[in-house]
Design a protein around this ligand. Sequence first.
Ligand code: ADP
Ligand code: F6P
Length: 326
Amino acid sequence: MANEVKTIGVLTSGGDAPGMNAAIRAVVRTAIAKGLEVKGIRRGYAGLLNEEIFDMDYRSVSDIIQRGGTILYTARCEEFKHLKVQERAAEILRKHGIDSLVVIGGDGSYRGAEALTRQGINTIGIPGTIDLDINCTDYTIGFDTAVNTAMEAIDRVRDTSTSHERCSIIEVMGRSAGYIALWCGLANGAEDVLLPERYDNNEQEIINRIIDHRNKGKAHHIIINAEGIGHSASMAKRIEASTGIETRATILGYMQRGGTPTCKDRVYASIMGAKAVELLLAGERNCAICYRDGKYEAVPFEKVVNGSKDIPEDQYRIFQILSGYR
Ligand code: ADP
Ligand code: F6P
């Protein structure tokens, strides 16, 4: 039988994402408003195993909604995949009186939460990753901020690329997910996007398009490359050698993961944080909050982590039309 909800723990895990602080704040303040105790856990599952657990009150989350990163710090913890370690973690939670846990992270973090449910802890997940690569949800905390940051940076690179009549390869984050690349492709009016979900390694096709565009008088050619494709610098050298057009690579890197969260990330993260507490109190466990078709809903972890998420075909098709593919 599921435990009664009296004391909620909250942690952030995996890659950080702007807006995580808004979610933490909402978990803490909603829990307090409902008469519950709330404890913060620093450094994800690694910190849990080290008992980095502390009491939180209304003021613990003052002045954080506007900050990027996570006040709870985050970590990756390989050993958490082992049953014995999960059993120890559940014991630690019980020792600190924590019956319920809110995990803010990606689907790896959800697997850790699912494991803790098997050990008798009530768990609920909040989607936190700039990559937007969590199944069953159209929103993850941090994507909106990251994609806006990348978009602004790419506009700047585009200016100088046009002045010098160069080709630019701009690498954005997304090890196995092309959402940031695709959205920037649409928002920045790029000529090509290379997505882990779609790229077929046909570099010759890109080269042909660059030459074709140049012959038609285009001053620049912007290629947005998702991190998962990689090799931006060597690709730039090969393209320059084949086309005779100066080509530069820019890797945007971690600047995309930090910074002031957008209004959307603050608001959606706040709603998800509050709903996490409300759903636990309503008896939901072992599930993640998802945002779909304009609604927030609880979806079992099992369904979220075992499904796969592809980029929307219509967005990719429209990108291709607008960037002059035939
Ligand atoms: P994300 O949560 O952003 O997907 P990771 O995949 O790095 O990030 O996962 C974050 C952490 O979640 C891991 O370091 C590990 O502690 C935990 N985790 C990942 N996969 C599992 C698993 N299969 N079982 C238990 N814990 C896991
Ligand atoms: O948080 C997601 C992400 O930024 C991916 O896009 C990227 O591949 C990965 O995290 C990088 O993580 P790390 O902090 O381990 O370099």
